[in-house]
Design a protein around this ligand. Structure first.
Ligand code: BT5
Length: 247
C-alpha cells in the first residue's frame, strides 16, 4: 500500500482529507516528521514536535461506516504490538477506547474521523506515538518510549517504527475483516487497562461513576451503575480508578 512521507504538515488527518478531495485515492498511509496543527479529539491539540511518530491510515468504506468504531480498536492493538517489540508485555495497556499506556502513562493517541467526498465514505485513522519526547501537564499523564528503554544509546527512528506499525496494523486489519470484531475484542481485552474496574465517565452534559465490565460488539464501554443499570458508553472521556482530570 502507498505510504506518503512528508517532512512537515499541519495534520496528517487534515492532509489526508485534502488528498482525497484533490486526487482519486482510496487506501493509503501518510506520515510526517512533524505537525504544525496536530489534533486530538474534540479539537484538542496533539503536541507534534520532530522525533515522534505522526501518521494516518485512510480507508474507503462504501456504506460501511459501522466499521469506524471497531477500526480504532484495530489501531490501538497495532500500536500496542509495535511497542511490545521494545518493552515487556506487563508495561503496555490499552485504555478504552484507544489510548495506549506505557507504565500507566499515555504514550499514544488515536483520532478516528469519517469523511465524505464525491459521495464516497472514508475513514481516517490518525495515530501519534511519543517515541523520544512527550509534553507535560496534559489531560492524562504522558510518557515516551525512549524513557522506558534501558539501553539509552538506542536510536528510535520514526520511519523504522512506522514500518513495524504498518506491518502490525495491516495484519490485525486482515484478521478483523476475515474473522470479525469478536477476535479483535478478545485480544484487546487481554491488554485492557482496568476492565473490570471502577470508572468515572464525563460526557458532554453528563458525569457518572460506575464499574466498567467489558465492551460490546460496537466497541462501547459497558458501565454498571450503583443502581444496577448498565450504560453503553460510545464516546467521552473516561477516567479509570483514581485518575484525575487535568484539562
Ligand atoms: C488523542 O486525543 O489522543 C488523539 C491524538 C491523535 C494524534 C494523531 S497524530 C497523527 C494524526 N494527525 C492529527 O492531527 N492527529 C492524529 P485526546 O484523547 O483528545 O487527547 C488529547 C489530549 O492529550 C490533549 O488535550 C493533551 O492534554 C494531551 N496531549 C497532547 N499532546 C500529547 C502528546 N504528544 N502525548 C501525550 N498527550 C498529549
Amino acid at each position: 500500500m502507498k505510504v506518503i512521507q512528508l517532512e512537515s504538515v499541519d495534520s496528517t488527518n487534515a492532509y489526508a482529507k485534502l488528498l482525497l478531495e484533490t486526487e482519486h485515492k482510496s487506501a493509503f498511509w501518510i506520515a510526517a516528521e512533524r505537525q504544525t496543527n496536530g489534533r486530538g479529539r474534540y479539537q484538542r491539540k496533539w503536541i507534534s514536535d520532530k522525533g515522534n511518530l505522526f501518521c494516518s491510515r485512510v480507508y474507503s468504506v462504501g456504506n460501511d461506516l459501522e466499521h469506524a468504531s471497531n477500526l480504532s480498536f484495530v489501531a490501538a492493538l497495532a500500536v500496542a504490538e509495535t511497542l511490545l517489540k521494545f518493552v515487556s508485555p506487563e508495561l503496555i495497556k490499552i485504555k478504552w477506547p484507544n489510548d495506549v499506556l506505557l507504565r500507566g502513562k499515555k504514550v499514544s493517541g488515536i483520532l478516528l474521523e469519517s469523511f465524505n467526498c464525491r459521495n464516497k465514505n472514508y475513514i481516517i485513522i490518525g495515530i501519534g506515538i511519543n517515541l523520544s519526547h512527550h509534553p507535560e501537564g496534559n489531560l492524562y499523564p504522558a510518557t515516551n518510549l525512549l524513557d522506558n528503554i534501558s539501553a539509552k544509546s538506542f536510536k528510535l527512528s520514526p520511519s523504522g517504527i512506522l514500518d513495524i506499525l504498518i506491518d502490525r496494523f495491516e495484519t490485525i486489519n486482515e484478521i478483523y475483516f476475515k474473522e470479525g470484531f469478536t477476535a479483535i475484542r478478545e485480544q484487546w481485552l487481554q491488554i485492557s487497562h482496568n476492565i473490570p474496574g471502577e470508572v468515572e465517565v464525563k460526557l458532554l452534559n453528563e458525569h457518572f461513576s460506575g464499574r466498567a465490565t467489558g465492551i460490546d460488539l460496537n466497541g462501547s464501554l459497558l458501565v454498571s451503575l450503583p443502581d444496577g443499570t448498565i450504560r453503553n458508553v460510545s464516546a467521552g472521556d473516561v477516567f479509570f480508578g483514581g485518575e484525575e482530570d487535568k484539562d
